[in-house]
Structure formats: structure tokens, C-alpha cells
Design a binder for this molecule. Structure first.
Ligand SMILES: NC(=O)c1ccc[n+]([C@@H]2O[C@H](COP(=O)([O-])OP(=O)(O)OC[C@H]3O[C@@H](n4cnc5c(N)ncnc54)[C@H](OP(=O)(O)O)[C@@H]3O)[C@@H](O)[C@H]2O)c1
Length: 267
């Protein structure tokens, strides 16, 4: 049995779809009551105990605003007590790098270290920005307003979250990826302006961006990482997606084409 945390989110949603298509048994975790799912909250240890009962492998997704590894550690604690064997953790590129006197992705790093120290089998997935982040801005795009560009002219190999999910499923359903730390990049380095230009072409409507370095609205756990990316820290491509999946990583343009309808519909 696989427990998919973050099952209603971007990557977890794709993991659920892929496991369903393959007929692999899983339990989808959410804080909301959902048919066939398990309702649990990282802040409620008793609910985690119920979620991990009889589970072999966990797909672990934790999200800001908590800038600590508390949620990961709560899950690890419940997993160890229940005899879980493996954790596949969704982390982030650059976690543990130093930038501007601080640690990039400090909470992900602390969580990775806790998983390693736990004795559980693990795989760490460390993607850069998801192509799907543009969906956060669809109301602005529909209104013809500008989107904030937090990363300046830096380039990143933005990744299709469907590829991140496919690697997660590979890691959960085989032992070939145990003990691996994968930087799950897309196939090309793009600036934010490059991505906006591609989206504009695909949507056939303006996608305007404006440079901003005002990061104070962001959860504290993310600010150092954005600064690191803005300074070019994430400007590299790896072959980890093609190596695991046996096919090229998806392009930003393909992601945009496949999600054209989502930008047309009202949010
Ligand atoms: N976006 C990017 O560009 C990017 C890049 C690299 C790494 N990442 C990493 O990817 C992760 C986010 O993945 P995602 O974008 O797939 O997530 P997401 O779409 O933001 O979804 C968040 C999920 O977490 C669940 N959740 C939130 N708080 C919870 C709580 N207290 N207890 C239990 N579940 C809770 C939500 O479920 P319910 O609301 O249904 O409970 C939801 O399923 C983060 O760790 C981030 O650092 C993101």
C-alpha cells in the first residue's frame, strides 16, 4: 500500500492519476473528507497514525508556510511506528546551498536529513520551478494584467510536474531508485520572460510580466531559494528525468499546449 500525501495538489494529483491508471493500490491523503481517501493533517499526529496504518511506501509532500521540517518529521515519526519501509520525498532543487548568509530550502534539507537518519529507504526528488506555476496567475492573464517576475533574467530548466509525478511513481514502484537524489529538471533553460513569451504564443493572448524583487509576501522558507534562483543558482539541466523515464523530459511549450483550456476557463 502506498500513501500519497499532498494528493489534492499539483504533483500528488498526477501521482494519484498514474497509480490509478496502473492499478497500483494507494491511499490518498487530504485534510478534507474525500471518497476513497484518508482525512489527515500533518498537525494532527493521531490522524497521521491512521493514514500510515499498513502502508509500505509514502509519497511525502509538505508545503509552506511552515518554514520548518515539523510536518515531515511528524510523518516520519508515524511512519517509523507503523513499520513503513520507504519514503519518496518531494524536495526542491538547491536545498542545502548557501545564499546570502542563509540556507536554501532549509526545511527541505532538515527533512531530507531526518529521513536519511531514520533508517527508512528513501528517494529525494528535487525539481526546479514547475511549469504549472503559471496557473497561479491565470486570473491576471485573463484580466490582461501583469504577472510578477521574482527571478529576474535568471534561467531555470522549468519542469513539467507530470514528469515529477512519473519519477515519483517509478521510485515508489521499484527499488532501482532507492537512495537516489534526483534533480528533476526540464530539457531547456528558460528565463521567466521566455516562459511568458511561449505562453503568449500558445494562448494567443498577452502574457505581461513585471520585474519585482519584493519578496516579503512570500513564506519565509521560500525567500532564500528565490534569491538563489534569481542569482542563477538553478541554471542547469540534468539527465535525471530521461534516465528514470526512458524518454525526454517535457518542454514548457508542451505543458502550455496541454493546459491551454485551463487558462481559457474562469478560475
Ligand atoms: N511549485 C514549484 O515550482 C516547486 C518547485 C520545486 C519544489 N516544489 C515543492 O513541491 C511541494 C509542493 O508540491 P505541490 O505543488 O504538488 O503542492 P500543492 O499543489 O501546493 O498542494 C499542497 C498539498 O498539501 C496538502 N496539505 C497542505 N497542508 C497540509 C496539512 N497541514 N496536512 C496535510 N496535507 C496538507 C494539500 O491537501 P489538502 O488541502 O487537500 O489538505 C495539498 O494536497 C513543496 O514542498 C515545494 O517546496 C515546488
Amino acid at each position: 500500500m502506498i500513501l500519497v500525501t499532498g494528493a489534492t495538489g499539483t504533483v500528488g494529483g498526477h501521482v494519484v492519476r498514474l497509480l490509478t491508471e496502473r492499478g497500483v493500490p494507494f491511499r490518498a491523503m487530504s485534510r478534507r473528507e474525500r471518497p476513497g481517501g484518508v482525512r489527515a493533517d500533518f498537525d494532527d499526529p493521531a490522524s497521521l497514525t491512521r493514514a500510515v496504518a499498513d502502508v509500505d511506501t509514502v509519497f511525502l509532500v509538505t508545503v509552506p508556510p511552515a518554514p520548518t521540517a515539523d510536518h515531515d518529521i511528524a510523518l516520519i515519526t508515524a511512519a517509523l511506528a507503523a513499520g513503513v519501509r520507504k519514503i519518496v520525498k518531494l524536495s526542491a532543487i538547491g536545498s542545502g546551498e548557501r545564499f546570502d548568509g542563509a540556507t536554501v530550502g532549509a526545511w527541505h534539507l532538515a527533512a531530507e536529513e531526518a529521513i536519511e537518519a531514520s533508517g527508512l529507504v528513501w528517494t529525494m526528488l528535487r525539481p526546479p520551478s514547475f511549469a504549472s506555476n503559471f496557473l497561479w496567475y491565470r486570473a491576471l492573464i485573463q484580466a490582461g494584467e501583469t504577472i510578477p517576475n521574482l527571478v529576474g533574467a535568471s534561467r531555470q530548466a522549468v519542469v513539467d510536474p507530470r514528469d515529477v509525478a512519473a519519477v515519483a511513481v517509478a521510485a515508489m514502484t521499484s527499488d532501482a531508485h532507492d537512495g537516489q537524489r534526483y534533480d528533476l529538471t526540464g530539457p531547456e533553460l528558460l528565463t521567466f520572460a521566455d516562459q511568458a513569451a511561449i505562453l503568449e504564443r500558445v494562448l494567443e493572448r498577452p502574457v505581461k510580466i513585471t520585474d519585482t524583487s519584493a519578496l516579503d509576501q512570500l513564506p519565509t522558507g521560500m525567500i532564500t531559494g528565490i534569491g538563489w534562483a534569481r542569482a542563477g543558482g538553478a541554471a542547469y539541466i540534468t539527465d535525471h528525468v530521461p534516465r528514470v523515464l526512458g524518454r525526454p523530459a517535457g518542454t514548457f511549450e508542451q505543458w502550455a499546449r496541454d493546459h491551454r483550456e485551463r487558462f481559457a476557463a474562469m478560475p
